[in-house]
Design a binder for this molecule. Structure first.
Ligand SMILES: Cc1cc2nc3c(=O)[nH]c(=O)nc-3n(C[C@H](O)[C@H](O)[C@H](O)COP(=O)(O)O)c2cc1C
Length: 248
């Protein structure tokens, strides 16, 4: 694969939230798992554990935990967002949250016991230790996401699993031991949205790249930053809505 093909894959990978319930072949799931296995991890400690959930009742139960959380705690907090950000995201403005029932859920887990193998300074710095652990799992997350895209599969992350209430309930549901951390969940299946999600706004390279000693005004002013955040948020909320519409 050359650079242009790689860049194409990066560009093609999207969050596909409208997922068909139709099953996908086991071989595809295996390919996703294998891609995640090759993720680089801090000090090669490989904290990654992968949990595949195909059982219907469990998938429904996972969705319910997430949906209940989103429709209650999550949206309650969203309602407190600063007005200047625009695009309120509440049940009143956009309807209830509902995860799609995908044919397969893949949980990206981390075994916290492996942190003992990190260099000693990282073990004595919670911030550094956490960062290495999270980044290692995040690499697996990205490898799997890109693999899904290369296979023409839809993947939606459900990062709400990081909130303690959701984490706790999902760990209980799936009988996961205390030392296992649920990093993220991918809902995987076939895309149900013709044409895919709308284009996303991307920052330009010349805005984000800096060279040498930076000038005082090189980073965006507060005003421009706020303007950009408003646009980015509006786009993201709109893509949630278009996926909901595609599924309804
Ligand atoms: C770390 C991370 C966590 C994310 N969590 C969620 C999530 O919980 N639910 C969701 O629908 N999308 C989630 N997303 C998707 C982002 O909203 C999405 O990547 C972003 O809007 C850019 O769109 P794209 O993925 O289509 O390029 C997450 C993405 C990242 C990188």
């Amino acid at each position: 694969m050359d650079y242009d093909q790689l860049l194409e894959l990066f560009k093609e990978r999207r969050t596909l939230r409208a997922i068909k319930p139709d099953p996908i072949p086991d071989e595809m799931v295996d390919k996703l798992l294998e891609a995640a296995r090759w993720a680089p991890t801090g000090f090669n400690m490989q904290p990654l554990e992968l949990l595949v959930v195909k059982d219907l009742e469990l998938r429904i139960a996972i969705n319910k935990i997430v949906d209940d959380y989103k429709n209650d705690d999550f949206f309650a907090l969203e309602a407190t967002r600063e007005e200047w950000q625009g695009s309120p995201w509440t049940i009143e403005s956009h309807g209830k949250w509902q995860c799609p029932l995908a044919p397969v859920d893949i949980l990206i887990l981390g075994d916290t016991r492996r942190r003992v193998g990190l260099p000693m300074p990282a073990r004595y710095s919670k911030q550094k230790g956490d960062s290495i652990f999270e980044s290692s799992l995040s690499n697996a997350f990205m490898c799997m996401w890109l693999a899904a895209s290369s296979l023409g599969l839809a993947a939606q992350p459900v990062s709400a699993v990081k909130y303690p209430k959701v984490q706790g309930l999902i760990k209980h549901l799936l009988n996961l031991p205390d030392y296992i951390y649920v990093y993220d969940v991918f809902l995987i299946g076939y895309n149900a949205m013709e044409g895919g999600p709308s284009a996303k706004l991307m920052r330009h390279l010349d805005e984000m790249v800096h060279y040498g000693r930076v000038k005082d005004d090189e980073f965006l002013s507060e005003e421009k930053l706020r303007d950009q955040i408003k646009k980015l948020r509006a786009g993201n909320v709109a893509r949630h809505v278009e996926a909901d519409k595609a599924l309804s």
